[in-house]
Ligand binder design. Structure first.
Ligand SMILES: NC(=O)c1ccc[n+]([C@@H]2O[C@H](COP(=O)([O-])OP(=O)(O)OC[C@H]3O[C@@H](n4cnc5c(N)ncnc54)[C@H](OP(=O)(O)O)[C@@H]3O)[C@@H](O)[C@H]2O)c1
Length: 313
C-alpha cells in the first residue's frame, strides 16, 4: 500500500512516498482495518516530524508514518458498524508508539476510536474533526465551568480554538475569542460574544478586560500563550492549555491543567452528527493528494491557514 514516511527528523523534505505491506488484522486481534480516504495534517505531525517530540517517543524513531485523523471505509466489521460503513476517528499516535499513522491507504484501529460519518458529511470534512473537536470538547469538560461562566479562548482562528468557541457557546458560556482581526465577524457568528484581536500581551489583556472588566472565569489556551494571559483570569479561576509544551505557573489559586485529546467514539459520533445537521462548522483549508504531504506540511507550518489541511488518499 502507499504510505508517506518520515525518513529522518527534519523539514517537510523528509516526507517520502513509499510502499509498505498492508496491515494484517491477524497481528492485532480486536482491531479492524479502515481503507482511508482522507487524513488531516495536525500541528502534532509537524512537531513529531521536526524531532521536537523525539525525547517523548522513546525507542520509536524514523522511518515511521505520521498522522492522527482519518476518515474512510471499514474493511472489517466492528461492533455495531458493518464492513463498508463510512467512519472517522483518530489514532492516538504518541500513546500508541507504533509509528503507524494515517498518512496511509489502510490502517488497523481499535473499534473504540471509530464513529460513523453521517451521509451529509464528506470524507475531507470528517477527517478535519476528530482530534481537534474532541480536544476542544474535552478541554471544556476539564475546565468544568458553571453555566454562564465567562471564558477566554485563544487561537480562535485556528482549528481547535474555532471548535472550542462553538462548543462553549452551545454550552451556554460567555465566550471571548482571541483571534485574527479579520475573523471577528465570523467568530461572532460562531458564538463569540466578544473578539479580541491578537497582539502584544498588554493589548490582549486590555482587550479582554474591555469585554470582561471582572476578568474571566477560565482560559482555554489553544494558541499556547500561557503566562502573559494570567492577569486576565479571576482568582481561583481555571487555565487549560492545549499542550504541556507551554503551561503557565499557577498563581492566586488559579487551577492550571493540560488537555490531552483522547478517542471517544460516542462523543465523536455526536460531533459528526452536529456537523451533518449544520450545528458545528468545520473548515478545510486545502485538500492535497497524499503524495503531496510535504507541501501540506509547508503550508501548515507557514500558519494563517483558514482551517485544516487534508490529504486525499
Ligand atoms: N492536547 C491535545 O491533545 C491537542 C490536540 C490537538 C491540538 N493540540 C495543540 O493545540 C494547538 C492548536 O492546534 P490547532 O490544530 O488549532 O492549530 P492551528 O490551527 O494552527 O491554530 C493555532 C492558532 O493559534 C494562533 N496563534 C499562534 N500564536 C498566537 C498568539 N501569540 N496570539 C494569538 N493567536 C496565536 C495561530 O495563528 P497562526 O496560524 O498565524 O500561527 C492559529 O490561528 C497546537 O499547539 C496543537 O499542537 C493539542
Amino acid at each position: 500500500m502507499r504510505v508517506v514516511e518520515v525518513t529522518a527528523y527534519g523539514g517537510p523534505e523528509v516526507l517520502r512516498s513509499v510502499r509498505r505491506p498492508e496491515p494484517d488484522p491477524a497481528d492485532a486481534p480486536g482491531r479492524v482495518r479502515v481503507r482511508l480516504r482522507a487524513a488531516a495534517v495536525n500541528q502534532a505531525d509537524l512537531k513529531i516530524r521536526s524531532g521536537r517530540f523525539a525525547a517523548a517517543l522513546g525507542a520509536l524513531a524514523p522511518p515511521f508514518v505520521l498522522g492522527y485523523d482519518f476518515a474512510g471505509t471499514l474493511v472489517d466489521p466492528a461492533p455495531g458498524l458493518p464492513a463498508g460503513t463510512r467512519v472517522a476517528g483518530f489514532v492516538p499516535w504518541v500513546a500508541e508508539g507504533a509509528g503507524a499513522g494515517t498518512y496511509a491507504e489502510t490502517i488497523l484501529v481499535e473499534p473504540g476510536w471509530l464513529a460513523p460519518v453521517p451521509d451529509e458529511v464528506d470524507f475531507t470534512a470528517a477527517a478535519s474533526l476528530p482530534l481537534s473537536a474532541l480536544t476542544a470538547a474535552q478541554a471544556l469538560d476539564l475546565m468544568a465551568l458553571p453555566d454562564g461562566a465567562t471564558l477566554l479562548i485563544t487561537g480562535a482562528s485556528g482549528v481547535v480554538g474555532r471548535f472550542a468557541v462553538q462548543l462553549a457557546a452551545r454550552a451556554g458560556h460567555r465566550v471571548i475569542a482571541l483571534g485574527d482581526a479579520d475573523d471577528a465577524h465570523e467568530l461572532r457568528l460562531l458564538g463569540a460574544d466578544g473578539v479580541v484581536p491578537r497582539g502584544a500581551p498588554e493589548e490582549v489583556i486590555t482587550g479582554v478586560l474591555g469585554h470582561a472588566p471582572d476578568r474571566v472565569d477560565g482560559v482555554f489556551d489553544a494558541a499556547l500563550i500561557a503566562d502573559p494571559l494570567l492577569p486576565a483570569v479571576k482568582d481561583d479561576g481555571v487555565f487549560v492549555s492545549a499542550s504541556g509544551e507551554r503551561v503557565p505557573v499557577a498563581e492566586r489559586g488559579v487551577r492550571v491543567d493540560v488537555v490531552e485529546g483522547r478517542p471517544d467514539a460516542a462523543r465523536l459520533k455526536e460531533l459528526l452528527e452536529l456537523v451533518g445537521s449544520g450545528g458545528l462548522a468545520t473548515r478545510v483549508a486545502d485538500v492535497l493528494p497524499l503524495e503531496e504531504a510535504g507541501e501540506a506540511h509547508r503550508r501548515a507550518e507557514a500558519g494563517r491557514r483558514p482551517g485544516r489541511i487534508v490529504l486525499m488518499i
